[in-house]
Design a protein around this ligand. Sequence first.
Ligand SMILES: O=C(O)CCC(=O)C(=O)O
Ligand SMILES: [Fe+2]
Length: 251
Amino acid sequence: MSLELTAFQFDEFEQRGYTIVRGGFTDSECDRFVDYMIDLQAGRTSVEGFAPRAADDWSRLISRNCHHPMGLSWMLDPRLRQPLSVLLGEEADGVQSMFFYTGSEQRRHQDAFYLPGCMSAWVALQQVSALNGSIQIQVGSHKGPLLQKCDFHKNDKGGPGAWYGWNQDDAFDEQFTRNNLPEIAIEATKGDVVFFDGRLIHRGGPILEPGAFRHSWAGHYIPRSYNPWPYEDNPRLRVSFDGVSRFTPTE
Ligand SMILES: O=C(O)CCC(=O)C(=O)O
Ligand SMILES: [Fe+2]
């Protein structure tokens, strides 16, 4: 099955900052990934890149410098290559992925604040709705300003940056208010892929059914020619759809 974007989806991404490809992955592919992650969580299996954890620890797994084989195969699934390269304007390099067992309830943010230049492919591995804490996005906010880390510091001349003195989470809420654009909760079925712009303001919505699982996965990608490395720290590993793992060159 191809995930080739339609003209409508491309336009939706441009105008609204996101688009959804329904049924991008099959139910059995999603189930296999979830089973694999539950076995790791329970300690029935182990792999480098997943530290053993307490039975009640359902926190997300963030993979940056060490990708376990299943996560890597999702990040570089050939079906994601074309849509990502069309939306980024050139070949995509994967720099990070996250597996969520539950909703994150993460406060509003722009991924490009943490990872400049990025965009996301977020996949529902089960039914996701407001009940188990879907992602909520502010439609069109990718066209507004991008909050940057330097905004929170003093600038070169010693003057305050635009958000100097602000708490970061509060600053994103404030920018959300200033944008005056609608926020929607994504409803997704198992296998649906949500592509979204790294500048889009989004959050992990409230979990209305405490204890509910919300298995989902997100890959974060930057354009191949994007340089310098977007993280302040971390090894400079980026993985590509051509099977090569690259290190961002240093000048
Ligand atoms: O899945 C969530 O709750 C948050 C996801 C997110 O912020 C992301 O994928 O960038
Ligand atoms: Fe995010």
